[in-house]
Design a protein around this ligand. Structure first.
Ligand code: ADP
Ligand code: ZN
Length: 602
């Protein structure tokens, strides 16, 4: 076990003092609203009156204490009964735009209780242990347990709806039903249907899982409580479970409601998977608490728990049992049509110039998730803003896209002349093959400026779109990928290591053609673990295929790659002069755009 704690006794000492002070500051009840000392206390009815007159800007509920800020800036407070909640007080009205925030105090109450009962030195010991644990984990946020991170997104204000989510048609259709359950539970319970308790949203990062969950809450007009699984991991043992209890408590009080647990794999990992040797107490307790809360829902609780993960493969099976997260909604990476729609959604609120061609951007961004597309739009706006333009032009969009695709240009990395020459022939090889074959995407740009990913143009095959590709197209994509390798071999007599990534991708496509798409003489049999292939996880071919079949697959994969190699060699040999001309132009200019590139083919 590592012990970074032995660094300096002073560090520990100062940290203890610091923790004690911070804890004390949090625990003293009269300090809950530090900024509001000596503020006027009014009666609850006074407050609700002001509320219904829509004079309050913001309400903050902490335990029994309610502080509120009037629209004219004045701050007042009042006290409610222990067991009253904000809906009892009528603070969830639609027609009032007050922001209502419930701040969790249960963790602090828990400590207040202990303070009363147990001697202070026990606390000091506990804090020391806690700190050591934290230091060992290398985490800096020692005080995070004192406040709940469950956030209540109030029903008021700007709602997220399905309109804000572009694409994801199937996911939205499935979630419509959840909206219906939340809106009209009686319709279902009356005929004896059980309302589902849990929905698992599965998809790569940035595909809009959080956004969809918020949209469900928005569509159903219910409060949205969210917390992230990763927040539980670094916590004091017992706090995670108590926070879960508290979160469900709050949601039930505000039902109908949605609880959203992001990154559930952080707590819901199958025991003994992912290098988690032994039980992780906190993780396990938190998970058990989530499960028992869900099991304990009465049939009419009308709280639906939505969880998100990009690692469904590592989740504990107990999570998926009937009555828990038994509904699974898969969110794929967007296809071209959806990418364009997502870009469109994110033009909202931005000043777009004339002649914007989002389709072009969509074509350039195969394999991107919604978050990256949103990022492109923002980068374009920043770029336009930097040059003090009035609106965003197509050029800004293209630059932003290139930046996000390839990482910022690294002009500083100077290639020596030999490397530069090899790169020029390599990139020219890709581009020529892409240009001369039927199906690959047109060459957008060829460059030898080193980038995060040193391709002249993008011709990647996103797995999520593989259903769009014919056998011919896949074979030709392999040719394009081999183009760099072949051009180098033809020109310099031997290939260099620069083609490693190309070869990997080419082989992967060939392998998928054989094991996934049924595009070989083995026939339409899938050997791959299709369960998570959309996640971009390398397809684990099933262990249980026979050695003979494995040999056949190998042979087919080789066959495909070899055929492509022969074809690519022929193309580049036949166009040796063009290869030379383009490479030389690249050496001189470093970048050729599609127009310049085409002139070499007359
Ligand atoms: P996840 O939870 O799956 O990691 P998020 O929901 O946090 O992804 O998505 C991040 C951001 O990406 C969103 O806030 C939104 O701006 C954008 N985004 C993702 N998917 C979509 C989509 N289908 N339509 C519109 N915007 C999207
Ligand atoms: Zn290459």
């Amino acid at each position: 076990m590592k012990n970074k704690n032995s660094k300096s006794p002073w560090f520990t000492f100062i940290a203890v003092i610091f923790v004690l002070t911070a804890l004390w500051a949090t625990l003293k009840p009269e300090d809950f609203f530090a900024e509001q000392k000596k503020i006027e206390t009014v009666s609850v009815s006074e407050m609700t009156k002001l509320y219904s007159e829509n004079k309050i800007e913001k309400i903050e509920v902490k335990g029994k204490e309610i502080a509120f800020k009037l629209k004219d800036g004045e701050i007042k407070k009042t006290f409610k009964e222990e067991n009253q909640n904000i809906s009892d007080l009528g603070l969830l009205r639609d027609d009032v735009d007050t922001q209502v925030e419930v701040v969790d105090t249960s963790a602090s109450e828990f400590f207040v209780g202990i303070l009363g009962d147990i001697l202070p030195f026990v606390i000091i010991v506990a804090i020391l242990v806690f700190m050591m644990k934290q230091v060992q984990k290398g985490a800096g946020n020692n005080f995070s347990f004192a406040k709940s991170k469950a956030r209540l997104f109030s029903v008021k204000g700007k709602k997220t709806t399905f309109k804000d989510v572009a694409g994801c048609t199937e996911a939205k259709n499935e979630l419509e039903e959840i909206v219906d359950f939340l809106k009209h539970p009686k319709k279902f319970t009356d005929i004896g249907a059980k309302i589902p308790k849990g929905v698992m949203l599965v998809g790569s990062p940035g595909t809009g899982k959080t956004l969809l969950a918020k949209a469900v809450a928005g569509e159903a007009n219910v409060p949205f409580f969210s917390i992230s699984g990763s927040e539980f991991v670094e916590m004091f043992v017992g706090v995670g479970a108590s926070r879960v209890r508290d979160l469900f408590e709050k949601a039930k009080k505000n039902s109908p409601a949605i609880i959203f647990i992001d990154e559930i794999d952080a707590v819901g990992r199958q025991r003994g998977v992912g290098g988690m040797s032994g039980g992780h107490d906190e993780r396990e307790q938190t998970l058990n608490q989530i499960l028992s809360e869900m099991d304990g829902f009465e049939d009419n609780a009308n709280v639906i728990v939505m969880a998100a993960t990009n690692r469904p493969d590592v989740l504990d099976k107990a999570l998926m049992r009937p009555g828990r997260f038994d509904r699974r909604v898969i969110i794929d990476k967007p296809d071209l049509k959806d990418r364009i729609a997502i870009l469109e959604v994110h033009t909202k609120g931005k000043k777009m110039g004339k002649n914007i061609d989002l389709e072009k951007i969509g074509q350039m961004t195969a394999g991107f998730a919604g978050a990256e597309l949103a990022n492109i739009m923002n980068e374009a706006a920043i770029y336009a803003g930097k040059s003090s333009k009035k609106s965003i032009s197509q050029k800004d969009l293209v630059i932003a896209t290139e930046k996000v695709i390839m990482g910022p240009e690294r002009k500083s990395r100077i290639l020596n002349s030999k490397d530069k020459k090899v790169t020029a022939y390599h990139e020219a090889g890709h581009a020529i093959v892409a240009h001369l074959l039927e199906t690959p995407d047109p060459v957008h740009k060829v460059t030898i400026i080193p980038r995060g990913m040193s391709l002249g143009s993008t011709w990647s095959i996103p797995e999520g779109e593989s259903f769009n590709y014919t056998k011919t197209k896949l074979k030709e994509e392999i040719c394009v990928l081999l183009g760099g390798f072949v051009a180098e071999s033809l020109t310099f007599g031997e290939p260099a290591t620069g083609a490693t990534n190309d070869l990997e991708r080419a082989t992967k496509i060939a392998k998928n053609m054989v094991t996934k798409f049924g595009m070989s003489s083995i026939g339409p049999i899938s050997f791959s673990d299709s369960g998570n292939s959309f996640l971009g996880v390398e397809n684990g071919i099933h262990q249980d295929i026979s050695e003979e079949t494995a040999k056949k697959i190998d042979k087919e994969v080789h066959g495909i790659v070899n055929e492509a190699l022969v074809k690519t060699e022929k193309i580049l040999k036949d166009n040796k002069n063009i290869l030379k001309e383009i490479s030389e132009a690249l050496l001189e200019k470093e970048t050729l755009d599609s127009g310049e590139f085409k002139t070499f083919f007359k």
